[in-house]
Design a protein around this ligand. Structure first.
Ligand code: NAP
Length: 278
């Protein structure tokens, strides 16, 4: 049996084991996906074990996405540009770091028949997920990307890192309402509205009374409809939660580990079963 691991700390309630194990079973592969709770100090030792020939690779999540980078032999161009690794592939003891979040986001957006090319987009947040979304949007030819983040210096740092890829502007709180109303696409990549420790605060990352008008994507998938998505849907926007991105980033990783296409319908079903409130 081959193995794929998830590097996390804490391991929490990740959907990935159910989603990936369902995909391996569907393709008749003798592979087991397992979440490992790895304290930061143990990361080098655990990653070294991934060079063994029973390991196909791994996923990487909070807080290891940056710390894992110097432990690998090679990084793809996307992982380098985004500045984070979420997938490791073991090629006969040689570890390659990928980032499939940007491709996952682009594929999810394509499901909405929404082509960002030549459009104006507003991105809320400046953390790891925001970096993958910024890379995806700028790489797909968005005309202008506005970034708003609670901590403005972080938004400025992100804009600085990506300015070579296109027109990117940092938006202040005063400018935010105008940016919202002129955006064809709004993406929430903050954790505002996300269920944490079994509790969901019904809050939006937008100021009260500011409602988007174009396509709205929230990377949060627990709960399935955040306040932002609910208000956007009521206002007539086309909306999408973070589940398609989660599935498609996992599907890209599955393809990298197995060289087979991923059974995305099976993965959607397994993930939805996990996300049903109990
Ligand atoms: P992160 O690196 O910790 O970044 C968190 C972001 O949220 C930062 O921009 C932070 O702003 C902002 N934020 C947090 N609390 C806030 C608050 N109370 N008010 C305003 N802004 C706040 O996390 P991440 O990895 O980017 O993940 C962000 C979200 O995306 C999470 O909900 C995660 O589950 C989701 N995600 C989804 C997928 C998917 O496949 N669907 C993939 C990756 C992530 P500051 O800089 O001011 O702290």
């Amino acid at each position: 049996m081959k193995r794929v691991y998830l590097l996390a700390y804490p391991a929490g309630h990740s959907v990935s084991p159910a989603m990936q194990n369902a995909a391996f079973a569907e393709r008749g592969l003798d592979v087991r996906y397992e979440a490992l709770e790895v304290p930061p100090a143990e990361l080098p030792e655990v990653v070294a074990r991934f060079r063994g020939n029973e390991v196909l690779g791994a996923n990487v999540t909070i807080p290891h996405k940056l710390a894992v980078m110097p432990l690998l032999d090679e990084l793809t161009a996307a992982a380098q540009a985004i500045g984070a690794v979420n997938t490791i592939v073991n090629r006969d003891g040689y570890l390659v770091g990928h980032n499939t979040d940007a491709d996952g986001f682009s594929r999810a957006l394509a499901d909405l028949a929404s082509d960002p090319s030549g459009r104006t987009a507003l991105l809320l947040g400046a953390g790891g997920a925001a970096r993958a979304v910024a890379f995806a949007l700028l790489s797909s030819g968005v005309a202008r990307l506005d970034i708003y983040n609670r901590t403005q210096e972080r938004a400025r740092a992100l804009a600085g890192d990506f300015q070579a890829l296109g027109w990117i502007e940092v938006v202040t709180s005063e400018e935010l309402p105008d940016s919202v109303s002129s955006a064809d696409l709004l993406v929430n990549s903050t954790s505002v509205g996300m269920e944490q420790g079994g509790v969901t605060e019904d809050i939006s990352p937008l100021p009260v009374g500011v409602v988007p008008s174009g396509v709205v994507v929230d990377l949060v998938y627990r709960p399935p409809e955040t306040r932002l998505l609910r208000e956007a849907r009521v206002a007539g926007c086309l909306t999408q939660n973070g589940l398609p991105m989660l599935i498609y980033q996992g599907a890209e990783a599955f393809k990298l580990w197995t060289s087979q296409s991923a059974p995305v319908e099976v993965m959607f079903r397994a993930a939805r079963d996990q996300l049903v409130p109990r």
